[in-house]
Design a protein around this ligand. Sequence first.
Ligand SMILES: Cc1ncc(COP(=O)(O)O)c(C=O)c1O
Length: 436
Amino acid sequence: MSENVSVKDLVRGDLINVSAAANLAFNEQVKALIKSGRQVYHFAFGQSPFPPPACLKEALQEFAHAHEYLPMVGIPELREELAKFHARYDNLSLNSDNFVVAPGSKILIYLVMTIFAGDILLPSPAWTTYVPQSRLAGKEPWILQTQQAQGWKLTPETLEEAVAGKGGSSWKLLILTNPGNPSGACYTDEELEALSVVCRQRRVIVLSDEIYARLTFSRRHASMAKHYPEGTILTSGFSKCASAGGWRLGYAHFPTALRSLMAVVISAASHTYTCAPAPMQYAVAKVLRENFDELDQYMRDCATVLEAVGNYCHRELASVGVGGCKSEAGYYFLPDFEVVREGLRARGPANGTHMTQSMLEEANVALMSAHDFLRPLEELTTRFCFVCFDGAEALRALKDHPSQENLSDDFLRQHCLPIVKGIQSLRQWVLKHREQ
Ligand SMILES: Cc1ncc(COP(=O)(O)O)c(C=O)c1O
């Protein structure tokens, strides 16, 4: 083709400005800097620092020969094991026939958004993917505000106000991320119960994204499916708890009342991705059936290391006046750098973009402004991923550590050094700008 074809002729009008996931794009930029020889403390990308558990690696090798197309919803033995998995951890009684297994939970969240007839409700802050997914699905989500003082968790009052105000009698779909990305916040049973009352009254279906549930530091995850079983679509997978993001295995469980929605999701699956990877389905089914204790110990160990690292980052930043709640699960928290606002203002606009650029240039720290996670640009919050360390080494060292629960700062200095160095560099940056 000789001439350049106009974007308007190629791309649906409402999608012209949809860009690649902000976190993936920023990660590419930081990786290029590191490749060019710059020392960068990469707190901007959240993927598991740990190698997958040995039992899963072995099982995946064992089933490498499985190359056939599998049932669209996943193999029956895996769906049965998933139901047992959630019974054991979350005290849920899920129906194995109501699971849909997929190459990651992301595609299932997208398909639900696409197929669902009503509006989408999205609490802020939110994972970078939900808004673009919703737009790809042809919907502009309603953003519901949450407060730092309330741990960035949606309150029943805010939900009620949003739904009653904009009203209509149609069903809505609330995307609830629990534990949170980017907040690291976990809802309690009481909070979920209170939300479920509004959901029932106001015809709100919940898509409860619980992908970080097994990395809850207290080990006590509260699931929305317990409080609102008839209206909760639960999504999760093995990308985080088994560090297997690239092996692509996620799933959704639909309540029986929503089987009509599930049927169209299955149909869409059959016409798009066909099925989840066969070796991975057999491998996970085997691990859940035969190596449960090993997987359980592995998840506990990962959570122990993550908790120590998360607490350290929070405590060190708090010691120089940085605000924000401590992470309760997963890889993230949302520190608030309000303390440097005046210092930043003296040198340019005091906003998240300017601040994170300054951190990268002056402290070699890569952080994403929480603006990418739906917070206002003027807010000086950032999403902090505390995973830039060698997870294999940390897990090995944990085995020899006398107190497997309370990891000291010495442990972190010895085995998670980039975290310690990066945090100290960021502390210096805060002190410099705080004093200006
Ligand atoms: C909140 C949240 N939900 C879902 C996903 C997607 O996970 P999967 O690998 O199952 O597609 C991620 C991955 O980063 C995530 O952070």
